[in-house]
Design a binder for this molecule. Structure first.
Ligand code: CUA
Length: 368
């Protein structure tokens, strides 16, 4: 009787552990788009190295302690049948020499982890000297990103370009709550704090994105990196993403030059209708399109070169006409609680009909 009573909880435990392990390993992958283990820049490499030191020390401790534990459980198990009258085994206090030895080993191992960690922290706190460091201002909003290039007068949103092999200092500010700037493959992360100016520096290594043709900006060639807000900041925190495109020097200069230019005027009647719909439906209250008189809003993303971006809705969807239409039709469904829906559609009672949505999408995508 007693045996069968013991079997089922053990089986349940084993089953539960197997399930948990399966779930945990299911999330594993060293080559995901946001894998910190596939480092593509010096900062990320350094951080991955320190992480691996910690992993190997921990694996070593686990192996030694686990082996001793298993050996002791096996060697000193009670061999008779256990009844309520079975006495406890002899109780001992332990061995002073062993305990002091274990403390010394622990202190040594903490040192093994702490030394490279502290060196790494100081290294990351210092922007490389003597190099041509570029500055990019990052401004967090619920739930999107503004990127400013103060030296060049360029403003963009949810997608930043940076030159390969050149350190970039990111100045971090928030317009509302705490966000965190994180590009897993390049390194990070750092909080955007209200009332406090934080910064971090990163450098994009690896391949380049080739030319400025969107079609060649592929994740596979290492030129496009995924970014993610890493601090819970409201209901659409998980949808606060962005992309980093690393470009070689001449491509980067061309990109800057292009981003600095004003928006192209509509080239077709459909695009003209889209620009008219943009002005008629109050979009310009929140959005800037440089080159369009009256479109100078600062609440939402700058749309001057919207069509040149890889994604729509802060990194959630590929930037295609279909997805832009979906976004304009029901932004709340794609990004719950977003400002365009709440302060725009809802508060200003904006109702876009299908014709307006179609022409708006055409126009926005033409803003390369
Ligand atoms: Cu912004 Cu989470």
């Amino acid at each position: 009787m007693q045996k069968t009573r013991w079997m089922s909880p053990r089986l349940a435990l084993a089953g539960g552990l197997a399930l948990l392990l399966g779930l945990l390993l299911g999330g594993c992958g060293f080559d995901g788009v946001q894998s910190t283990l596939e480092a593509s820049g010096p900062v990320a490499e350094r951080q991955a190295e320190i992480f691996m030191v910690t992993v190997w020390v921990s694996v070593g401790i686990f192996a030694v302690v686990g082996t001793f534990l298993a050996y002791c459980i096996w060697k000193f198990r009670y061999k008779g049948e256990v009844t309520p009258d079975t006495p406890l085994p002899d109780q001992g206090h332990g061995d002073a020499l062993t305990e002091i030895g274990l403390i010394l080993v622990s202190v040594f191992l903490v040192g093994v982890i702490a030394l490279p960690t502290l060196k790494g922290i100081f290294w990351m706190w210092t922007v490389p000297e003597g190099e041509d460091v570029m500055e990019i201002n990052v401004v967090g909003y619920q739930w999107w990103w503004r990127f400013e290039y103060p030296e060049y007068g360029v403003v963009t949103a949810n997608e930043l370009a940076m030159p390969v092999g050149r350190p970039v200092k990111f100045n971090l500010k928030t317009m509302d709550v705490i966000h965190a700037f994180w590009v897993p493959k390049l390194g990070g992360k750092m909080d955007l704090m209200p009332g406090q100016d934080n910064w971090l520096w990163l450098e994009a290594g690896g391949g380049t994105a080739g030319d400025l043709n969107r079609a060649t900006w592929q994740v596979e060639n290492g030129g496009v990196f995924y970014g993610q807000c890493a601090e819970f900041c409201g209901e659409s925190h998980a949808f606060m993403r962005f992309r980093v495109v690393s470009l070689n020097d001449s491509d980067f200069r061309a990109w800057l030059e292009h981003q600095r230019s004003e928006a192209v005027p509509p080239a077709t009647p459909e695009q003209t209708a889209g620009r008219d719909a943009f002005m008629k439906n109050q979009c310009a209250v929140c959005h800037t399109i440089r080159g369009v008189p009256g479109a100078a809003g600062l609440v939402g993303p700058d749309l001057t070169h919207f069509g040149s971006r890889l994604t729509v809705a802060a990194g959630i969807k590929d930037n295609t006409v279909e997805n832009v239409k979906q976004w304009l039709t029901d932004p709340h469904a794609m990004k719950p609680g977003n400002t365009m829906y709440k302060a725009g559609y809802e508060a200003m009672n904006i109702n876009l009909d299908q014709a307006a949505i179609d022409s708006l999408a055409e126009y926005l995508m033409s803003l390369k």
